[in-house]
Design a protein around this ligand. Sequence first.
Ligand code: ATP
Ligand code: MG
Length: 219
Amino acid sequence: MGGTFNPVHNAHLRVAEEVRETLGLEKVLFVPAGTPPLKSGAGLAPARKRLEMVRLAVAGNPFFEVSDLECRKSGPSYTVNTLEKLSDEYPDKRLYFITGADVFLDLHLWWRPERLIELADFAVVSRPGYPFAGILDSPFVLKDRWLANKKKELAALDEGKKAAVRLRLSGGRALHLLRVAPLGISAKHIRALLAAGRSARYLLPEHVLSFIIQNKIKF
Ligand code: ATP
Ligand code: MG
């Protein structure tokens, strides 16, 4: 699961937990981005601090791990490179890339997306405000003769009448669309609350919030 994690919050953790349980994953590896190519530097906490916050957040969950692959080097981090390294590191494991629906809809803006979708299966979770229906327009979804059926299934998923739909990525790998507990939490909202001097309690782990306050982290 990649992300800026600026800062990590409870929806990230809940998404990871639900995907792990639903797909029966051995572990979830959180990979905070070092220098995210699509997000400007302004308002971005230092990579080391974001990494530290993710470490604090996952402590205590034996299925969660954190990778500093992207944070320990300077320059932009590209998910393609990260997944290539992870494939080398875990040659006998099936990799899943976990994202929210918002991220999957922006995949065409990423570095080498057609390679990216060959390196992992995708687990794309629901996120309030980003209906799954739009996903069928993605160039990275395989269009086969079941398309009309899939349209109906995606509508059912958005309406909460279905929990999961399986599609195929255009390169042939699996695309799992999973409905998770709808949590209207975003790092952006947390940053805005903190900037306004308001409480962000219960939106992110207590230890992470204390870390932000004690280290006077400026977003
Ligand atoms: P920002 O507001 O700064 O973009 P964010 O809350 O979107 O922060 P990211 O670090 O950008 O967090 O996201 C990491 C991953 O977690 C992405 O794949 C994103 O779609 C997913 N994600 C974040 N928040 C939610 C949520 N509330 N529901 C579902 N998925 C989420
Ligand atoms: Mg985001």
